[in-house]
Design a binder for this molecule. Sequence first.
Ligand code: ISE
Length: 337
Amino acid sequence: MSQDLRIGVVGAGAMGADHIARITQRISGARVAAIIEPDAGRAASAAGNAPGAQTFTRIEDAIAADAVDAVLIATPGQFHLPVLEPALAAGLPILCEKPLTPDSETSRQVLELEQRLDRPHIQVGFMRRFDPEYARLRELVASGEAGELLMVRAVHRNPSVPDSYSQTMLITDSVVHEFDVVPWLAGSPIVSVEVKYPRRNDLSPERLREPILVLIELENGVLVDVEMNVSVQFGYQVATEAVFQQGIARIGQPSGLHLWQAGRVSTAEHVSFTTRFATAYDNEIQRWVDAVRDGRLVDGPNAWDGYLVALACEAGVRALDGGVQPVDAPARPAFYA
Ligand code: ISE
């Protein structure tokens, strides 16, 4: 492909606007050709960051106008299916922000539609796989340099959450990332999920019972504990400690500048995932664009990975009410190997 890839970005909320600015300013080989957003104000303000982009209110219209070569879906999860269906029917490559869809049944429908095409067309936006520290940790696990991986201790801390954030979103909007990245790091699928409740943070919004401790068991016996905490107040922190036979590896904590000054040591910390994972998002989008341009279409988590995460989320939501909840995943079809 000699011309820039023409991307249609669907949804110009916070994440969509961030991707529009990223594609325009930092990604090579692609441009935002269309912004698909029903809210005219949002569309206009995002278009300010995408010179030459057309605006549409429906993906079908952008496809009919032959305005796009590929689609980046950045709407909330419940709006993904109505965009995935026409984009797949048009045979367009897709980068779909997490989650693929909000439940395993609709994710399965997406898999069926995608398998009518010659090869996978959907990449799912689990950006942590593109974070350099996570990538390094994965290499360490795979190399065996520190021996076998035994357990993983993870923290996932948000300063606060919006009013729309509900109890189940602790799992479906937040731990969803660990459900993708942990099996990828450890090279083994999730077999069960359990949730424990420590003392509640009185500073949490009244509707939330949190923090929570999520225990994830992998098929290879590795046990993962995730502190999911969305009222931590001080900043945004995603960190992992991996315990090996012969060593300990830690990533993500702290993630900012260390400053020794005036008799104090201080470290800057992120306050949002958009800055904490800025490099990961840049890498993710550049690698997707490169893959689409050279015909591979996907370079990262695919729709089957998105489906596995949907199954884990359903177990996680059940686990909010107690018990060890199994995750029964079917074998990966050859189409998604
Ligand atoms: C948000 O939607 C994200 O995807 C962030 O990565 C995560 O840390 C946060 O908890 C979610 O609400």
